[in-house]
Write a protein that binds this ligand. Sequence first.
Ligand SMILES: NC(=O)c1ccc[n+]([C@@H]2O[C@H](COP(=O)([O-])OP(=O)(O)OC[C@H]3O[C@@H](n4cnc5c(N)ncnc54)[C@H](OP(=O)(O)O)[C@@H]3O)[C@@H](O)[C@H]2O)c1
Length: 328
Amino acid sequence: MRTSNVSRLGRSISEIGLGCWQLGGDWGDVDDDTSLAILEAAADSGVTFFDTADVYGDGRSERAVGAFLASRDDADAMTVATKMGRRANPHVKEAYTLDAFRAWTDRSRENLGVDTLDLVQLHCPPTEVLFDPTTFDALRTLHDEGRVRSWGVSVERVDEALHVLDEEGLASIQIIVNVFRRKPLERVIGEASDKGVAIIARVPLASGLLSGKYDEATTFPENDHRTYNRQGEAFDVGETFSGVPFEVGVRAAREVAALTPVGWTTAQLALRWLTQSGVATTIPGARSVEQARANAAVGDLPMIDEATMAELARIYHDSIREHVHTQW
Ligand SMILES: NC(=O)c1ccc[n+]([C@@H]2O[C@H](COP(=O)([O-])OP(=O)(O)OC[C@H]3O[C@@H](n4cnc5c(N)ncnc54)[C@H](OP(=O)(O)O)[C@@H]3O)[C@@H](O)[C@H]2O)c1
């Protein structure tokens, strides 16, 4: 497993991480035994970076990660990123106060069973939160109080990422980057890397589209956001299939699948594309041990050749760009 050394995090992390939203909810059913097995399979395959949030299953995902950490002799080698903000109801700028940050991080510390959180990220807050200097003063205070080792921001849009990049103490930016979301390649990844800020690429498989395994007739369970957030009914529509209309994504994924090198899966091609695009880590979500292992194996795959990279760019420009580029 290749690793990235991120100066603002003060540690190295695996280039392939594990997204733990699936261990909480919103993706159909995943039972607790399977959750633990997924976490173990990832760690045993070299993954050292885990991304969760206080709202995934209302703490269920954090508690699964906490149980996993408690069971491992090598827990010190793991970096766990969580997120806060989305417990606020209503989810408005005024909820983002230092007192709320303290309460939210205390709950996450308890769920994860740690004194100090490795990394806490604002969870796609209202944009005004990112334009208020008191937000970042409060995050620096959390650090000074020893509640968090480092802090970062998860954002929806490129302009939000560029806006927060100069904040003193910022360790990471989490943003959607994948074969169907190329805009962060233009500036965000390079500028973050120059500053030693980690880019955490989320939704790397466009919610599974980039595995190439769905067709126009595929359906998802009722309690899966790929059923109930298709039009952004519950949260930003960009979090579901990266905001690409499903049928458009299925057709483009077929073209991506045709480029899959022998011995790889299409999901592995999509993940390797990301890890050679300059991000610090990417956090594919997994719903089975097999998926977790296959994703971690990307950390040992060779580079994708230039002709394939050019074709992936062409597919984006021909079929996907018009649906996503200006929106995020
Ligand atoms: N606002 C935020 O900060 C935010 C928002 C979204 C996500 N995230 C984080 O980012 C992580 C990743 O994003 P995501 O989970 O939304 O999307 P994703 O990683 O793009 O897609 C996950 C889905 O891809 C499929 N998959 C995974 N590995 C596979 C493999 N090896 N072969 C075939 N299919 C595979 C599975 O679909 P099936 O279920 O159909 O098998 C899985 O549920 C999340 O877990 C979460 O930690 C953060």
